[in-house]
Design a protein around this ligand. Structure first.
Ligand code: RIB
Length: 312
């Protein structure tokens, strides 16, 4: 049965340019084409969960500009309940400046928070009913950490499952981590929260140790996403590796969000964390095969089809 997911998070317009490679500091290179896509980690994860069949509500803030109008209608068309998505007078909507490298599909992103940064803990109190009604609360860190903490507190007290995708990498207090059921991070975010510098080599040399370091900070479980290498799921004493599928990546923007939104939808349906991560890896890989954030997010049927092929 479909579950209910509440997202507290960001919504951005992504300004994306493709380039032969990512430029080095101080370097100017020619790129193109230039395109705009709807995005933002919160909105991407909301649409990813909705496309997996979950009933999704979204708590966030938009500006009163043309991007705001467009982003609102994108979420609405996807069937996301946007009753708790508020306009912020005098603010611009969030914007992300993104470069995508041809060939690898790798990216760099600079985010301008705009109205997302104005989502307050007081806003959360005003829409707490959406959080209490959901089976799963999913948050990211493109809104203030105190706002995420307020939402986590309400969900935790109401016995809801609380998921935090700690992206982009920021400091997170132990008190907030202690109210999280599932912490989802990539290699960079894992290293940041574990307080170590060499993120990639640490994960390669000691992935299990890294996951355990994060568990010690208080969350009930930790999922570390590893791109094409799948994900690590650490719960209690067990650390398991979940495989991904092979795809040709053209644009990795939104792939991590596809994973998170799908994971939330599957947990809301009652799946185990490992099974939900398995489905999430397929959703993330499929998202990397198309350009843009929201336009690349896969539908449930496409994910199911690839899962069947993987199991055969
Ligand atoms: O995770 C990808 C997202 O990060 C993009 O859509 C961009 O808006 C930034 O928030």
């Amino acid at each position: 049965m479909a579950g209910r997911v509440c997202i507290v998070g960001s919504v951005n317009m992504d300004l994306v340019v493709r380039a032969p490679r990512l430029p080095a500091p101080g370097e100017t290179i020619a790129g193109g084409p230039f395109k705009t896509f709807p995005g933002g980690k919160g909105a991407n994860q909301a649409v990813a969960a909705a496309r997996m069949g979950a009933a999704v509500s979204f708590v966030g803030r938009l500006g009163t500009d043309a991007y705001g109008t467009e982003l609102r209608s994108v979420l609405s068309r996807e069937g996301v309940d946007i009753t708790a998505l508020r306009a912020t007078a005098g603010e611009s909507s969030g914007v992300a400046l993104i470069t995508v490298a041809e060939g690898s599909g790798e990216n760099t992103i600079v985010v301008v928070g705009g109205a997302n940064a104005k989502l307050t803990a007081a806003d959360i109190q005003g829409v707490s009913g959406f959080i209490r009604l959901a089976d799963v609360l999913l948050m990211q860190l493109e809104v203030p950490v105190e706002t995420a903490a307020a939402a986590a507190g309400i969900a935790h007290l109401s016995g809801r499952k609380v998921l935090l995708n700690a992206a982009p990498a920021r400091d997170v207090p132990d008190e907030l981590l202690g109210s999280i059921d599932v912490l989802i991070v990539n290699a960079v975010e894992a290293a940041h929260l574990a307080g170590v510098k060499a993120e990639r080599s640490l994960l390669e040399s000691d992935p299990v140790g890294t996951a355990r370091l994060l568990l010690e900070r208080g969350p009930g479980a930790v999922v570390v996403t590893l791109g094409p290498a799948g994900a690590l799921v650490a719960e209690g004493d067990a650390v398991r590796r979940v495989r991904s599928i092979e795809v040709e990546a053209v644009d990795t923007v939104g792939a991590g969000d596809a994973f998170c939104g799908c994971l939330a939808a599957m947990l809301a349906e009652g799946k185990s964390l490992v099974d939900a991560a398995r489905v999430g890896c397929v959703a993330g890989a499929l998202a990397a095969t198309k350009a843009g954030a929201i336009p690349s997010l896969p539908q449930r049927e496409a994910v199911r089809e690839r899962l069947k092929q993987q199991e055969a």
